[in-house]
Design a protein around this ligand. Structure first.
Ligand SMILES: NC(=O)c1ccc[n+]([C@@H]2O[C@H](COP(=O)([O-])OP(=O)(O)OC[C@H]3O[C@@H](n4cnc5c(N)ncnc54)[C@H](O)[C@@H]3O)[C@@H](O)[C@H]2O)c1
Length: 357
């Protein structure tokens, strides 16, 4: 049996990962450590509620005694760190919490793993153990019109979010280079799919358009992102966890670059047709003041993970976006729960005073 300690798996990608792994494998156990911040949602894990291969622990990755206890009690083969503050706009408003969770939390996990797995007298690591850091293409900064990020591209982050993720990546590499710790880092492009919190572009547009609310688009909307369906990301992480060479970084992306405005118009088109609602139209789009430091283009070269591990994305954008819209339309109570209370205040703070351009 393989035991995983996965952190942050009540959030968007982590919860998809838990369900993906439980479906794919029988002989596994997943300990899921999550602080249940605004982004963590136990409703995402409903399908795993009665599955005793999934053990949920409510707690913080910065809590050293707790992480050490979990490592001693469950002796995981693989630790996968999804836990993070993940929204760029929130990082611009309040960078410190990004430093605490994304940087200090990562270093705490690394330190606890080292204590559990390293024998200083023998100078050896427990066999078969691995730490996998889930990172992002945003650590590379912005691309011009040409070219792609490879694993050799220098890190050049611009937002407090991407800076905190890049910093964490450097610590992971340092634990490998300094102590010989078995690690991998994955850097994925923008994900979309079920369970994504309604602050991110695609679910925000679905929620607002469905309710005939204005659709705020930053600047000219020509920022380019490389979109990957979340299950394809889960598949890649699983492959890196089991087959990635120690110390290596793997970029994950599906060569699916789209402008933000294209995404918004696609959501409008799909939703209006599905709901037969002509009030959902491009007249809802509002171009608003751009996010400061907004990177213009991200684009991933996934050649290494394809060549080394045989990974490829299975879901095209055309199929994935329909599946995603269908999921949000089919689960209105999920959206209702996450958009009540604190979300309203967040939305007013983020978009209330943003000038239309
Ligand atoms: N969403 C994307 O498009 C994308 C793309 C590439 C990489 N990533 C990375 O993937 C990971 C997961 O992203 P996501 O979109 O699922 O994020 P998310 O914001 O949806 O979920 C984050 C989860 O981490 C938990 N968490 C936050 N702080 C914690 C702490 N201190 N201790 C324990 N748990 C804590 C939250 O409760 C939540 O469940 C992040 O590391 C992110 O940087 C995301």
């Amino acid at each position: 049996m393989t035991t995983y300690l996965m952190t942050g798996c009540a959030g968007f990608i982590g919860s998809n990962m838990v369900l993906y792994m439980l479906k794919k494998y029988t002989d596994i156990r997943i300990v899921n450590l999550d602080a249940l911040t605004y982004a963590g949602n136990m409703e995402n894990l409903k399908e795993a509620a009665d599955d005793d291969r999934h053990i949920f622990v409510h707690g913080n990755i910065c809590d050293r005694p707790l992480v050490s206890r979990l490592l001693a009690e469950y002796d995981p083969d693989v630790v996968i760190n999804f836990a993070a503050e993940s929204h760029v706009d929130r990082s611009i408003a309040d960078p410190m919490i990004f430093v605490n969770t994304n940087v200090c939390g990562t270093v705490n996990l690394l330190q606890c793993c080292k204590e559990a797995w390293y024998d200083p007298e023998q100078r050896s690591w427990k066999k078969g153990r691995k730490y996998l850091q889930v990172s992002t293409d945003e650590v590379y900064g912005a691309l011009g019109a040409e070219g792609f990020f490879t694993e050799k591209s220098p890190t050049d982050p611009h937002s407090p979010y991407s800076s905190s993720k890049a910093s964490a990546d450097h610590f992971v590499k340092a634990f490998h280079d300094t102590y010989g710790m078995p690690v991998n880092i994955t850097r994925c492009s923008n994900n979309y799919g079920r369970f994504q919190f309604v602050e991110k572009l695609i679910p925000l547009m679905i929620f607002n358009a469905k309710n005939h609310r204005p659709l705020p688009v930053y600047g000219d909307g020509m920022q380019i992102r490389d979109w990957l369906y979340v299950e394809d990301h889960c598949k890649a992480i699983d492959m890196v966890a089991s087959g990635g060479r120690s110390g290596e970084i793997y970029n994950i992306g599906g060569h699916n670059e789209r402008t933000n405005i294209f995404i918004v118009k696609t959501v409008i088109d799909q939703l209006s047709r599905r709901l037969g609602d002509p009030e959902i139209n491009e007249g809802l789009i509002r171009h608003v003041e751009d996010r400061p430091g907004h990177d213009r283009r991200y684009g991933i070269d996934p050649g290494k993970i394809k060549a080394d591990l045989g990974w490829y994305p299975e879901t095209t954008f055309e199929v994935g976006i329909v599946k995603t819209i269908d999921w949000y339309l089919g689960n209105p109570e999920w959206t209702e729960h996450v958009t009540s209370g604190a979300y309203q205040q967040y939305y007013a703070e983020m978009y209330g005073n943003r000038k239309e351009i």
